[in-house]
Design a protein around this ligand. Sequence first.
Ligand SMILES: C[S@@+](CC[C@H](N)C(=O)[O-])C[C@H]1O[C@@H](n2cnc3c(N)ncnc32)[C@H](O)[C@@H]1O
Length: 266
Amino acid sequence: MIDGALPYLRCPVCEQPLSRAERALRCGRGHSFDIARQGYADLTAGRLPHVGDTAAMVADRVAFLAAGHYDFIADALAAGKPDGLVLDAGTGTGSYLARVLDAAPGATGLGLDVSKPALRRAARAHLRAGAVLADLWRPLPVADAAAELVLNVFAPRNGAEFRRVLRPDGRLLVVTPAAEHLAELVAAYGLIRVDPDKAARVSGALDEHFDLETAVELRRELRLTATEAGTLIGMTPSARHVEPAELPTEAVEVTAAVRLATYRPR
Ligand SMILES: C[S@@+](CC[C@H](N)C(=O)[O-])C[C@H]1O[C@@H](n2cnc3c(N)ncnc32)[C@H](O)[C@@H]1O
């Protein structure tokens, strides 16, 4: 539901607060933004440089996350108990945001993404979560100091904007793949490798605006059926490079290894 998140949104054109008008959001200066039939609001103001995850990638993400293989990541994200706004930047299907909200009955959620197929899911992910079409590389359609918690899971990071929308006492949780993440699939199917300097690049993008509080590696050995392994490949950016005939035909053991970093604003 977009209504709960409304007090935290701002007009992408003039930065004024937004209010609800039937199937649109409007600011006091008359700028108007559609709410799609599926429930997400389009706050791009017509500026959308790319389309993000495709419908096929989203379908695979839904299936894979529903099977619970990444629940250990969701559990770690849900460990705090925020009662303000939880902003999920690059929310995908909204699955992690929903898990955080389940554990935090007083919190409101807002998921941002550029992918319409993902937002169709995210808009229904949780009763207390709204979903908004927005580009993370542009000024976010979110008020200053609105969020108590910003989540960023396998998605682009805009340090300056995350800092602006975060409360001074808030936290930013960033999940990135560790070096061995999906190593077995990377080796066997030529998936895009995790950049060995990933951790350094992530801190580089955030250092100016945040102090690193903690960083932990979360790791699981996953036993996947051939279908699940194919689904996991399908939700990665490498999906389009793997021919259907090359997909796994047998069960596989796969390492899931991610880094969860907690940042506080400077
Ligand atoms: C790997 S998926 C992760 C989704 C979700 N956080 C999860 O882990 O299930 C990356 C997401 O970031 C979105 N994305 C990519 N570039 C973006 C941008 N510039 N602005 C907003 N979202 C973007 C994609 O559409 C996709 O949903």
